[in-house]
Design a protein around this ligand. Structure first.
Ligand code: SF4
Ligand code: SF4
Length: 127
């Protein structure tokens, strides 16, 4: 009985399909609920900072004065919580993964919103 099971396992290992894919020759298959990476449509963001305050991994930093939104991809565990709390629907979970990196400086994605033009003061001319 035991030998039979071992024999089947050996035969399956020798002649069966490999359990792994030949990535990157064979592309990854993504499923509808795959959690790949967090993206921000910065045009919708109002820099409220809620996503950063709720992030359990401390991966997001937001600066309202600088109109800056930043995510540390090596800290993010793709729990999706920031996407759920964003009232502006600026955040989304994309199905593709972050490209593996050896350069640690590339782990942080920083986005800046458009700064408003400074309001020019009206100079009153003396008549
Ligand atoms: S919660 Fe949404 S709107 Fe607020 S800072 Fe984060 S991404 Fe921007
Ligand atoms: S998915 Fe989770 S861990 Fe990643 S930034 Fe959002 S709240 Fe933080």
């Amino acid at each position: 009985m035991g030998f039979n099971v071992i024999g089947k396992t050996i035969m399956k290992s020798l002649f069966g399909k490999p359990a792994t894919a030949m990535y990157p020759i064979v592309k990854n298959e993504f499923y509808p609920n795959t959690r790949g990476r967090i993206e921000n449509d910065i045009t919708l963001c109002n820099y409220c900072g809620l996503c950063g305050r709720r992030c359990p991994a401390g991966a997001i930093e937001v600066s309202k004065p600088e109109k800056k939104w930043e995510i540390d991809r090596t800290r993010c565990i793709v729990c999706n919580f920031c996407v759920q709390v964003c009232a502006r629907n600026a955040l989304s979970t994309e199905r593709h993964y972050t490209t593996p990196m050896t350069d640690k400086s590339k782990r942080i994605t920083t986005l800046y919103g458009e700064k408003e033009e400074p309001v020019k003061e009206k100079v009153q001319e003396n008549a």
